[in-house]
Design a protein around this ligand. Structure first.
Ligand code: CA2
Length: 150
């Protein structure tokens, strides 16, 4: 069975690779998408990779995931720390969620150390830059195949 995973990226992540390389690395979001596609192939996952700066669009994508995807990997950007709407959508989605951040949010400002997304996530991967997405794909593959046999 091939599992389908939706990889969602929130506001400003389309700017990756242009500024603040010390914090977020030099990879662009397109680079991260490419390495995710390669990793997904090895893991026999089908992925769809999307980015939006709009909270409502992210909510709609999460709502739609229920019917079309088996899991969600989410870097909600700054909405991580503010959006109850995204948290509610994740709770309604009925699929496993893995939260990813490029930076180690726990080493940063106090307001970044709070995550609404974490309340709905199976786990959180942060601080490994773009490689964190690949770690999340591995964790998701394992989670979904374990669920299949349980
Ligand atoms: O570490 C992460 O992945 C974050 O989700 C990134 C968000 C930030 O608001 C979260 O607290 C942690 C910000 C993404 C901003 O991306 C930029 C890309 C290039 C230049 C500047 C910012």
């Amino acid at each position: 069975m091939t599992f389908r995973v939706l990889v969602l990226n929130g506001p400003n992540l389309n700017m990756l690779g242009t500024r603040e390389p010390d914090l977020y690395g030099r990879e662009t979001l397109a680079d991260i998408e490419k390495s995710c596609a390669a990793r997904a192939k090895v893991l026999a996952l089908e992925i769809e990779f999307r980015q939006s700066n709009a909270e409502g669009e992210i909510v709609q994508w999460i709502q739609g995931a229920r019917d079309s995807f088996d899991g969600i990997i989410l870097n909600a950007g700054a909405y991580t720390h503010t959006s109850i709407a995204i948290l509610d959508a994740l709770n309604l989605s009925d699929v496993p969620v893995i939260e990813v951040h490029l930076s180690n949010i726990f080493q940063r400002e106090p307001f970044r150390q709070e995550s609404f997304v974490s309340r709905a996530a199976e786990g959180v991967i942060c601080g490994f830059g773009g490689h964190g997405y690949q770690l999340a794909l591995e964790a998701m593959a394992q989670l979904l195949s374990a669920g299949e046999t349980a």
